[in-house]
Design a protein around this ligand. Structure first.
Ligand SMILES: [Zn+2]
Length: 137
């Protein structure tokens, strides 16, 4: 799936809803966190976090925190794809790299500090807890 053909690849119903979201300004923020990687907040019945990774205009990876996970792509991801394509932000360089920043910090932190943070965060964030146990459990 690419930035050019997603409209014909994804189910029409989802594409139309995504386009409505895009047109109705449901995208609160879009941030390029690394080259070709974008995080966006999209307002629906709740505020959802969308992540997309695009290399050479091909959509390599996408995810959304909404409960719609039985289809391939949700309307929130589609809305963000429209935004990225129309705003032509793909060729902009990210202002900072999240992975570079995180790596620098991770080097400074002790295992104890990191564990404490993860433990606290696990208790307070359901999505993170589920991801954590799914990955490492
Ligand atoms: Zn979604």
């Amino acid at each position: 799936m690419t930035l050019e053909n997603f409209e014909s690849v994804v189910e029409k119903k989802i594409v139309n809803r995504g386009f409505d979201y895009y047109e109705q300004d449901c995208i609160e923020t879009v941030e390029q966190i690394d080259e070709g990687e974008f995080c966006a907040e999209v307002a629906g019945s709740s505020l959802y976090d969308v992540y997309v990774c695009i290399k050479n205009r091909e959509i390599i990876e996408h995810s959304c925190t909404c409960p719609y996970d039985w289809g391939n792509v949700c309307k929130h991801v589609i809305a963000v794809l429209y935004h990225i394509r129309d705003a032509e932000i793909l060729d902009e360089k990210p202002e900072f790299s999240v992975s570079e920043q995180a790596k620098t910090l991770l080097k400074k932190l002790s295992k104890k500090e990191l564990s404490q943070f993860i433990l606290n965060y696990l208790k307070k964030n359901k999505g993170f807890r589920e991801d954590f146990f799914e990955n490492f459990g």
